[in-house]
Design a protein around this ligand. Sequence first.
Ligand SMILES: NC(=O)C1=CN([C@@H]2O[C@H](COP(=O)(O)OP(=O)(O)OC[C@H]3O[C@@H](n4cnc5c(N)ncnc54)[C@H](OP(=O)(O)O)[C@@H]3O)[C@@H](O)[C@H]2O)C=CC1
Ligand SMILES: O=C(O)[C@@H]1CCC=N1
Length: 265
Amino acid sequence: MGIVIIGGGAMGRAMYDGWINAGVPENSIAVADLNADLCCGSADFLLRDTGQSKMVVLAVKPQYVASVLEAHAQLLNPGDIVTSVAAGVRLTTLNGLVSDTVVVARAMPNLAVALNSGTIGIAIANGVSEAMVQNLTSVYDKLGKSFCIDEQQIDSFTAIAGSGPAYFFQFVEHLAANCAHLDIHQDIADSIVTQVMVGAAAMLADTDLPGASELRNRVTSQEGTTEAGLKSLEANGVLSQLVKNCLIDARERARELSEIEYRHG
Ligand SMILES: NC(=O)C1=CN([C@@H]2O[C@H](COP(=O)(O)OP(=O)(O)OC[C@H]3O[C@@H](n4cnc5c(N)ncnc54)[C@H](OP(=O)(O)O)[C@@H]3O)[C@@H](O)[C@H]2O)C=CC1
Ligand SMILES: O=C(O)[C@@H]1CCC=N1
């Protein structure tokens, strides 16, 4: 199956890199962008070539999805797949822009797809065959781990997984910036903090090890340094409330985006 990604920005490029890393042949995948510097491969060829089925991935900002899909709708053949990764653009909007014979889905990836470590939520319109669902999820599984979800869950998935890496990066930034208060110079602070996070993530990902809660317990010696630090971090439940607010606000924004009428592009 050919893959054409429309939009070669942060997400479109990350998906392209992930699929190439996973062994998708370079002549079966392309990126089309208004900026020639962001294009890869022969998108026009893949879009027009009727010989093989194709998946078109809409990786433009939500407000451009409808106009981009309208512009390409006549190039889609029966059985072709359209997936939109845009936050807030509903399946009904997508379905309304293509013929009934084209399969429509929403995917919500995160940037770790570039390293095949992505978390991808997939919501597929009702009535799509099981074989097609398998086909679609197997393509996305090449980018990390995919989860089939109901469309009603996708705004929450966006808040947790789509935006999630940014929360992590923000925390890393705060850790690194605050090293200065502990007399650790900035020139090594970033490397130290990065290595701490990489090590901790590797432990979390190791299925032979326990989950986050037990791992935290293992680090936390009684009356030791970690206990003192965590006491401050968790004081009055502020961290938990902050995280809750963060997720709720992100989901609310996804919901707001889905209330916008995108039909006009
Ligand atoms: N970034 C992320 O981590 C995630 C993003 N997403 C979704 O992915 C989508 C893209 O986000 P992101 O990559 O961050 O955004 P970017 O702005 O980085 O990328 C979008 C790209 O699409 C280009 N573009 C606009 N119109 C067209 C067109 N008609 N044809 C071809 N290319 C076009 C833009 O060009 P120009 O800049 O000139 O307009 C830009 O290069 C969004 O809908 C977002 O909701 C989903 C999950 C995570
Ligand atoms: O911030 C955004 O709206 C997009 C969707 C999830 C991550 N980036």
